[in-house]
Design a binder for this molecule. Structure first.
Ligand code: ZN
Length: 134
C-alpha cells in the first residue's frame, strides 16, 4: 500500500450554501461540483486546492453520520482522506497491521471513487478515509 497524497479533507457544515459562499467569496476558491451521496446521507460540495480537495458535507438526515457528528461535536473538520491505488487492498493491509476498520470493504463515495473508513479509535482520533479509483 502506498499513499500518494491527501485526496481531500472532509468538513461537516450545517448549511452547504452558506459554507460554499464563504469558501468562494472570502477565500476565492471555486466550487466545481455539488453531489448528493444517498448512501452516506449527505450532500457534498468540492473545491480544488492544488492536488487536494476540500469536501464540504451537509447532512440530509439527522440520523446519518454527518447529522450525528454535528449534533455531538458541532460543525468543523470531520475526516482526512488519503489517496491510494486500490482501496480494498489497502483496507486489508492496514487491518492486517492491526488497525480497526469501519469499512471492511470499500463502498462508493462522491466523485465515483471507492472509499473506506478507518476507525478513529485506531487512528489517534482522526476519522481517516482511504480513497481511490479502484
Ligand atoms: Zn471523504
Amino acid at each position: 500500500m502506498e499513499i500518494s497524497h491527501i485526496e481531500h479533507i472532509g468538513i461537516a457544515v450545517e448549511n452547504l450554501q452558506e459554507a460554499i459562499a464563504y469558501y468562494e467569496e472570502k477565500l476565492g476558491l471555486k466550487c466545481y461540483s455539488i453531489e448528493e451521496v444517498p448512501d452516506q446521507k449527505v450532500r457534498t460540495a468540492f473545491f480544488k486546492v492544488g492536488q487536494t480537495k476540500v469536501e464540504l458535507l451537509e447532512s440530509t438526515d439527522p440520523e446519518g453520520p454527518i447529522g450525528r457528528f454535528i449534533a455531538k461535536k458541532g460543525p468543523g473538520l470531520h475526516h482526512l482522506a488519503f489517496a491510494v491505488d486500490q482501496v480494498d487492498a489497502a483496507l486489508q493491509t492496514v487491518e492486517e497491521r492491526g488497525v480497526q476498520l469501519i469499512d471492511k470493504t470499500s463502498r462508493r463515495g462522491a466523485e465515483n471513487l471507492r472509499i473506506g473508513f478507518l476507525h478513529p479509535k485506531s487512528t489517534f482520533g482522526t476519522l481517516t478515509e482511504l480513497c481511490g479509483k479502484e
